[in-house]
Design a protein around this ligand. Sequence first.
Ligand SMILES: C[S@@+](CC[C@H](N)C(=O)[O-])C[C@H]1O[C@@H](n2cnc3c(N)ncnc32)[C@H](O)[C@@H]1O
Length: 456
Amino acid sequence: MKIKAPVEKNKIYTVKIEDLTYQGMGVAKIEHFPIFIADSIPGEKIESKITKVQKNFAFGRVEKVLEESPDRVAGNGAAYTQTGIAPLQHLTYDAQLKFKQNQINNLLKKSHLEKIEVADTIGMEDPTGYRNKAQIPVRKIKGQLETGFFKRNSHDLVPIEDFYIQDPIIDQVIVKVRDILREYRVEPYDEINHKGIIRNIMVRRGRRSGQVMVVLITRTKDVPHLDEITAAITQIDGVVSVIQNINYKQTNVIMGEEDRVLAGESVIHDELLGQDFIISAHSFYQVNPLQTEKLYQLAIEKAGLTGNETVLDVYSGIGTISLAMAQAAKKVYGVEIVKEAVQDAKINAFQNNATNTEFVVGKAEDQMQTWQADGLKPDVVVVDPPRKGLDQSVIDATVAMQPTRVVYVSCNPATLVRDIERFGEQGYDVNQPIVPVDQFPQTPHVESVTVLERKD
Ligand SMILES: C[S@@+](CC[C@H](N)C(=O)[O-])C[C@H]1O[C@@H](n2cnc3c(N)ncnc32)[C@H](O)[C@@H]1O
């Protein structure tokens, strides 16, 4: 029997917001049927227009706030809510920090791990303009090349010049590159017909060095007037690297596999905790440099290093955590899947005199087993995996090597809690509070540091 949803598309309902999802959407219920409403806050009474009805839930948008939460602040306008660049911009920063702490607490509770404490989230003094990297789609709107961001759950571009959470100098670079592309009449990418040339602009800027990398992501290798375009981009203040990345495929993945350096270097430099790092276009580099220093400092503290330890840095990227730890450990081994990132890590080790480090290209799942088979006995294992968390084989190999401590840097509390449970089954407990560090203000993303200790 088909159950009829108690709401209808395009109708307006008065609802009370009861909860906030992990994506930062308010949740209201009509006859137990959940409605997800962006830009709304628990405790608020609102009029909501239903925009989409699915079998088990609906989406709505705020038409009018009838009773406002004390946690509400005036946002920057619809573009930021529509696009999801800053989905928490309507919450006070204190409420955002609390929301992130609560997310971890709620997940622990669901897994009956409520005895584990979660510390207050470490926030930023100025929670705007922090991102050191932008990946901006380029599309044609009303006959003109535009840069901006996609509307949530769509590929409709909303033109934007001030991205609010990005380094404002990166915003300026994007506008200048956009104007150069307009001047040379470069055809923007048409996703539906897989036509056009320029798909995305990627810009990275070293917060300390001021060095800027511009990557033009194109559908074709040939780009009319590419020499003139490159010459004009190199005139922009701070630009030391101009790269073309070619992505031939009809895909949502932004970058392709083929690169060529059009001008300057293939990397930029930046400084973290007093050390100099090179970063190439494909390498992962934490997007919030001020908070990254706090995050790494915390990870080092939690590792309890005295100078005699062997440390494994699993998912080591360009070696930033490894090099920070190497100053206080006997030896650090890193493993990372992206070849360019490992090349960067080796150069970074060399230029910072970290002679006690070794980096391997490989899958953590394989390399941990190799290290285990080689009889490596780490004192500390640091893991900083992508959102999907740890593969069971990584946990098994870690446990088999019997480190005193595992320091878990997580960007996804759901997989963190799952992995805490798995470590718990194999004799590793969390005895200190989990510490969230706000790497992504104005967004619902939650980064945290957890220490797991071996039960003796
Ligand atoms: C969250 S980043 C952490 C990087 C580094 N620790 C940092 O703070 O800059 C995760 C890293 O894991 C790498 N990675 C993803 N899957 C992997 C796998 N199966 N084995 C090894 N590395 C992987 C990614 O390329 C990325 O550099």
